[in-house]
Write a protein that binds this ligand. Sequence first.
Ligand code: EPZ
Length: 423
Amino acid sequence: MEHIIINGGNELHGSVKLQGSKNSILPILAASAVTGKVSVLHNCPRLSDVDAAINILCHIGCKVRRHGHTVIVDSSGADSFDIPDDMMREMRSSIIFLGALLARFGKARVTAPGGCEIGLRPIDLHLSALRSMGAVISEQGGQLDCRCPDGLTGRHITLNFPSVGATENVMLAAISAKGETVITNAAREPEIADLADYLNKCGVTVSGAGQSVIRIISDGKFCSAEHRIIPDRIVASTFMAAVACAGGSICVAGVEKEHLAPVIPVFEAAGCNFDFSGDEMTAEFYGRPRRVRRLRTMPYPGFPTDSQALFMAVAAKANGTSVVNEKIFENRFRHVPELVKMGADIRVEDCCVAVVEGVRNLHGAKVTACDLRGGSALAVAAMGAQGQTVIENIYHIDRGCEAFEDVFTSLGADIRRVQSLQE
Ligand code: EPZ
């Protein structure tokens, strides 16, 4: 089992290029299965979740080639609407292929994803929206058998929560629906707008993405498209947290400042200094972080739940008490006991409020990554800790962060990946 070993205490200096967004490439790869044309997708990160999505595309008959950070999908030969259980389980968000398969074939057989490390991850909003568009979905032992006997029909759909995945699944189903689909209370994350940009290049007409009401209409005729995936705003916040924990001054190229608007003020309140020039962000931090009195995670444009653990790694060393309120997922504090092993003073009240009493220094420990963002948080905390930290289960980090140890080695961190602890 691979581990990451980090010897804390090195300041971070240097420049890195920000990877493309995991949460943007995944729905766009699913959408590329619908058009029956060629999609050339640039700035695709090398991640295990992307590999899993590509495996699904190949399984349903698409031809996929990869050249560096460009992925080329030819979905003209797609001929299967059945995704086997093992493939669905490889990637948490594989449910996004449901809307795509219904749009392409009018039917789909997939596995309900089930819960994961951070919560139950229900898909009731996805299923009720797709049913209202004409999908007949039977759920049997975790298997979803879906048919559209009369095809898909555009509807006015109101989501009772701005679910990212449900918004994306409806957008994908809508591109083959008869008539206009309107999504009210749609998710506003930048990844939704990126999916809309890609779909518009494919010949679909999507308007309002990034706001709460999205309209989709399509004549069912698609064209080949070339698209550049937006940068990963959550990995950008990982770099912010790393410099806040370890100290130093780094330059991150390829950022989209607007996407970072929800996190910049929080890290500035903790003591980070940022400078933006074009698509370059310089993040600088020296000394001990300041506490942030209260942080609550919210749908975009609120503070992202995916950056919560990263912020907590900083708060753990802050001068004072910070209260973190996780409002999106019910089990997203699994990094807390691991941070406590490193000397953090954090107590969780009910399931979703953590009281973080900052300590002057964290110390190295043997810790376990329990999910992608929690694992990244342990790593950035370790970079600013005294002594050696060993992190196991780092496959979680590989799902969403490309070449994690190489990137941080280039910034001066003392970090390496080992196949086993005997090395
Ligand atoms: C997406 O997950 C992201 N994943 C998550 O990132 C991110 O944390 C989340 O959006 C919120 O921003 C991808 O884009 C691949 P949701 P998703 O549907 O779509 C409830 C990461 O680390 N809900 O917006 O699954 C749900 O339980 C990952 O990169 C329902 O109740 O998120 C949760 O409480 C983790 N019923 C809330 O909505 C539903 O049918 C937000 O879920 C769907 C969701």
